[in-house]
Ligand binder design. Sequence first.
Ligand SMILES: [Zn+2]
Length: 418
Amino acid sequence: MGQVYRVLKIEIPWRLVEERPDVLDLVTRIHLATEEYVRRLLKEITGQEEPKLTPEELGRLLTPDRRELAHKIIEEVFPKYNLKKYFIDQAKVFWHDIVFFKMVPLKAQLRVENERDFGAPIFIDLRSEILKVRRLKTFVVRLGRNNVTWIKKRLEEGARLKLAFLGIERRRGKEPTYGKLYVALVFAREVTPVEPRTLVAVDVNRLDNGAVIGIIRDGKLRRTLRLPEDGVIRELRRLHEEISRLEERAAREADPARRMLLEERVRRLKSKRFRKIRDVVTRIAKEIIELARQNNAAIVVDVMDYETYLERKQSGEKGDKKHLYDGLGRLRRRLQHLAEWYGLPYLEERLYSTVCPHCGAKMEEEKKRIMRCPVCGFSDARDNIPLLWAKRRYWELIEKIKQPAFSSVPAAILLLTS
Ligand SMILES: [Zn+2]
């Protein structure tokens, strides 16, 4: 059994924020106080000004004996930002978690029927479909259909609302600015990991080629499929050819006004592409998770091309392929996160696509995306090779999955704060 989390981020419409500057002001103060607290605490512990730490390293540093130091810093920092007792007390309770969240967890109540209102600072009424923010003059946000449906689904899955955050998106850049305001609701439930006999092997080499998925049971490859459907892939390619064309035209354009217009069109198409990729990722992830749930399967993701991507990113390669790889990173995080929620084991493995799954020799590209082994003569589509490796390593992977790996920092939280 383990506790798992999912987060619903509800954006506060800008119109409401404008009407109520005190909300923006409060959230900004919480944000600044939290940042200063985390900075000072980490400096005291490590002696460094801006230590770069992984979540695991952070977890090891924040031992219970740091608690008093943390409380002292909170008591000094929070009043500077005019944050009163409620926030100081909450920060003290969660002194450890705040370092990961960079936000102060608030008490939250979800009213499904007619339960008594306990006056929590974040109050969600599912029947009237509203969310109230208190601790200042009550501020009401309409929930929206999708959010209500999402919450109801989580309740059906046995989750409950654990806590909430008031957050503000920070836009990175030379001068960091602040963007959208949101309320994040953290749902938690207990889950018993499944003991799989089936693997759903996922080979995503590049988003514009789609993902190839294999279902492997008892050492046999039972089914393969490709996601998303061809139409979606073609549309992505078209979009991104159009962007390249317009960018080239803009670079050649001598007239500044016309160049600006072209650049504006590029910007619009790029955000359209970003949304499209995000939707594709959401859909692929949903289908893979559904397959895994139906089969009580573990998910094994081939990470080879992602490593190639990181190498390229570090070597400074940019250009139009970058966004596709970014989509890949997003897909991995989403799969991991949803797998955790449904108790499906998740594993990232290097599954070869150019090594012969029969004899281990290096394969050669015979024609476009068809690989052939020069030693034993075996040949197949390049996309199928990783699945054959997953099949060959089936028993080993099943054993590996049996070692449970509940991360100390919930993926949902990392997803929210990344
Ligand atoms: Zn071979």
